[in-house]
Structures are given as C-alpha cells and as structure tokens.
Write a protein of this length. Sequence first.
Length: 66
Amino acid sequence: MKDKFVGIAKVGEKGQIVIPKEAREMFAIKAGDSVIVLCDKKKGIALLKAEAIEDLSGKVFPDGDK
C-alpha cells in the first residue's frame, strides 16, 4: 500500500462526504468510527481518527495519579 494518497470527495446535499476507500483502508477507518475535524480558516480542514488523540489524552491525564 502507498504511504500517500490524494482523493476527491464530493459534498452531498446534507453536507456529508464519503472518505475515499483507499484512505479508509490506509487508516483502518470502519463504519461507526469517530473522526475529529480540525479546521483552520487559512490552512484548511484535516480529519483525524478519534483514537489518535487517546494516547495524548492519556499523557495529559494519566490514570495512575488517583
């Protein structure tokens, strides 16, 4: 599998997009997964799998300090 992919997604009437199959496979995105939408008016939009920040939140709020 390639390390990079560029695809096109069309915005539907309800504002929904379909993530291209190749991108879903590359990041193991499955039906029911959550994604985070990051927006910057000048730089654009980025999608992250929600689990990508779970590690970060674990470092910010470690469970061991109860």
